[in-house]
Design a protein around this ligand. Structure first.
Ligand SMILES: NCC(=O)CCC(=O)O
Ligand SMILES: [Mg+2]
Length: 334
């Protein structure tokens, strides 16, 4: 296939900017970005998160302002996560079922202001609501119970859908939850509410700052290795994705992002479905730490890492850099 030098010079098409633009295989646009936002109680509140420099928790009114900003930047979708007050956390995480919880209030407030002009993806898992920080219900030994948890997740999903969520995104890694949630959504008439499954979510060391952001880091005892995947595995990721698609997932997610682009590529090539990836909090923090240490140029690194997700086969990326990246892509100074 490849010719021989000097007839073939691969540098020939790289010689000018116009030619590089013409030969570019992958393009990143603001429509490829999903912006995760943390919601907290109060009015006019912005709380910085020390381990995620540049990311804040916002009260509902401020989240609405962020949603307007996102819509203006051409970001198609927000991912919402609540910072639940400690007194509303419990062993069984039942605040997840409260129709007036932070998540539902944020959904309704954004919907009231912006209608259908921005998508709302809502996290389904119990970790923002449990007093022990695990994603599900636990037994006396601390083991996360699958089927009992799935029942709660179904209730949580219906609660979010009733508030106006567009995409239910279960991040809990229980078996069988996609089918159970899909059935319940159909029964309740939410036929156009999508499910984006966190299908291949790994038990990763990259989630630390997120746990600070939702307030579960200090509560969590032990780890999540009995339900999240072993970072050593890739065949198992294909089985996870296959099952979630069979159960009715509209799209699947791989998480974390950059260290798992091989998984993205295998999933995309195997199933040819929409694949998303989450550039998680620890990845964001690594970039910001490199910038703070003078080791990297933020703008270039943000755009290069996001482009890498597209090149690997992603339809889009959840990233805390979404607004910044969108401004860069519009050629505006961030
Ligand atoms: N369920 C969502 C997450 O766990 C996010 C992790 C992160 O950003 O580190
Ligand atoms: Mg699964």
């Amino acid at each position: 296939m490849t010719g021989t030098y000097p007839h073939t010079r691969l540098r020939r098409v790289r010689a000018t900017a116009w030619s590089r633009a013409m030969h570019r295989e992958t393009i990143l646009t603001p429509a490829d970005l999903i912006w995760p936002l943390f919601v907290t109680e109060g009015r006019g509140v912005e709380q910085a998160i020390a381990s995620l420099p540049g990311v804040s928790r916002w009260s509902v009114d401020q989240i609405v302002a962020r949603a307007e900003e996102a819509a203006e930047l051409g970001i198609p979708c927000l991912a919402l996560f609540p910072h639940t007050q400690p007194e509303r956390r419990s062993e069984d995480g039942k605040e997840a079922l409260n129709p007036d919880n932070l998540m539902c209030r944020a959904i309704r407030a954004i919907r009231d202001r912006l209608g259908d002009s921005i998508g709302l993806l809502t996290d389904v898992a119990l970790d923002p609501y449990t007093s022990h920080g695990q994603d599900g219900l636990i037994d006396d030994a601390g083991y996360v119970l699958n089927d009992e948890t799935v029942e709660m997740l179904v209730g949580q999903s219906l609660n979010q859908a009733a508030a106006g969520a567009d995409i239910i995104a279960p991040s809990d890694m229980m078996d069988g939850r996609i089918g159970a949630i899909r059935d319940a959504l159909e029964d309740e008439g939410h036929v156009n509410v999508q499910i984006m499954s966190y299908a291949a979510k790994y038990a990763s060391s990259f989630y630390g700052p997120f746990r600070d952001a939702v307030g579960s880091r200090g509560l969590l005892k032990g780890d999540k290795k009995t339900y999240q995947m072993d970072p050593a595995n890739t065949e198992e990721a294909l089985r996870e994705v296959e099952m979630d698609l069979a159960e009715g997932a509209d799209s699947v997610m791989v998480k974390p992002g950059l260290p798992y682009l091989d998984i993205v590529r295998r999933v995309k090539e195997t199933f040819e479905v929409p694949v998303f990836a989450y550039q998680v909090s620890g990845e964001y923090a690594m970039i910001e730490a490199a910038v703070a240490a003078g080791a990297a140029d933020r703008d270039a690194m943000v755009l290069e890492t996001l482009l890498a997700f597209k090149r690997a086969g992603c339809s889009g990326v959840l990233t805390y850099h979404a607004a910044h990246a969108a401004r860069l892509l519009h050629g505006r100074n961030a």
